[in-house]
Design a protein around this ligand. Structure first.
Ligand code: NAD
Length: 256
C-alpha cells in the first residue's frame, strides 16, 4: 500500500499503459482519475477497476479544459498527489513527407498537453503544500531518431527536456518530476504502428511487429505490467530523492 490515500490523475488512462498504471495505483491504495478524450472507454476502464477509479473527459490539447478538469478534481478529491502525463499519439512519416497538420496534432497532444497539465497540476500541488509526483511518459523514440518516425521522436525528446526543466523548477515545492521511456509495449496502439510500417516499408501485416520483437534483446514486447512497477516507485515516497530522470524500461532495446 505504497500509495495509500493518494489522489492520482492519469491522462489517456482508458487503455494500454495508462490503464495498467491506474490498476496498479489502485492496488497500492490510491484513488485514480482516468482523464481521457474517449470518455466511453474511460468509463468502462474505471468501472472495471472499481469504486477507487473515476472517469473524466479531457482533451489535453485544450488548455481551458485542462484548467477546468484540474480544478474540478482538486475540489472533488481534496488535492492531486500524482500526475501521469500518459496521453499521446503516434505518427509516422520521414522528414520529407511530414505535414503541418500532423506536426500540430502530434505536438499539441504529446508536448503541449503534458506542459499545460504540469502547469495546472503543479499549481494545485503548490497551493495544497504537500508536494507531489509527476511522471511523464517519454519513449525510446525520444532518445534517438528513427527515419520514419520524425514527429513522434521529436515530441518525445521534448518531453524528456521538459521533464528536466519542470523538475528543477518544482523541487523546492517538494514535487518530483521524472519520466519513463518504454521501448516497445504491446497493445492496441501497435495495430496502428504495424499498419503504418506496412504502408511505408511495403511489409505484410504483422511483419514489422515480428521483426521488432526479435530485435529486442529480451526477445519480446513489453506489456503494461512490465512498466507499472517503475511508475508505482516514481509515484511513491521511495523515490523522494529522485528528480529530472528519464528511465528506460525497454528490455535492453537501447543497447541494440
Ligand atoms: P494508447 O494509444 O494505447 O493509449 C493512449 C490513450 O490516450 C488512449 O486512451 C486515447 O484515447 C488517449 N488520448 C489520445 N489523445 C488524447 C487527448 N487529446 N486527450 C486525452 N486523451 C487522449 O497508448 P499506449 O501505447 O498505452 O502509450 C501510452 C504512453 O506511453 C504514450 O505516451 C506513448 O507515447 C508512450 N509509449 C508507448 C509505447 C508503446 O510501444 N506502446 C512505447 C514507448 C512509449
Amino acid at each position: 500500500m505504497r500509495l495509500q490515500n493518494k489522489i492520482a490523475l492519469i491522462t489517456g488512462g482508458a487503455r494500454g499503459i495508462g490503464l495498467g498504471f491506474a490498476e496498479a495505483f489502485v492496488k497500492e491504495g490510491a484513488k485514480v482519475v482516468i482523464a481521457d478524450i474517449n470518455i466511453e472507454r474511460a468509463r468502462t476502464a474505471a468501472a472495471g477497476i472499481g469504486p477507487a477509479a473515476t472517469a473524466k473527459a479531457l482533451d489535453v490539447t485544450k488548455v481551458e479544459e485542462i484548467e477546468k478538469l484540474v480544478a474540478e478534481v482538486d475540489a472533488e478529491f481534496g488535492g492531486i498527489d500524482i500526475l501521469v502525463n500518459n496521453a499521446a499519439i503516434f505518427d509516422m512519416a520521414p522528414i520529407n513527407a511530414i505535414t503541418e497538420e500532423s506536426y500540430e496534432r502530434v505536438f499539441d497532444i504529446n508536448l503541449k498537453g503534458p506542459l499545460f497539465m504540469m502547469k495546472a497540476v503543479s499549481n494545485v500541488m503548490i497551493q495544497r503544500g504537500r508536494g507531489g509526483k509527476i511522471i511523464n511518459m517519454a519513449s525510446q523514440a525520444g532518445r534517438r531518431g528513427e527515419a520514419l518516425v520524425t514527429l513522434y521522436c521529436a515530441s518525445k525528446a521534448a518531453v524528456i527536456s521538459a521533464t528536466q526543466s519542470a523538475a528543477l523548477a518544482l523541487v523546492k515545492h517538494g514535487i518530483n518530476v521524472n519520466a519513463i521511456a518504454p521501448g516497445v509495449v504491446d497493445g492496441e496502439h501497435w495495430e496502428v504502428v504495424d499498419a503504418e510500417f506496412a504502408k511505408w516499408e511495403g511489409l505484410a501485416p504483422g511483419e514489422k511487429k515480428a521483426q521488432v520483437a526479435k530485435s529486442v534483446p529480451i526477445g519480446r514486447f513489453a506489456t503494461p505490467d512490465d512498466i507499472k512497477g517503475l511508475a508505482v516507485f516514481l509515484a511513491s515516497a521511495d523515490s523522494d530523492y529522485i528528480l529530472a530522470q528519464t528511465y528506460n524500461v525497454d528490455g535492453g532495446n537501447w543497447m541494440s
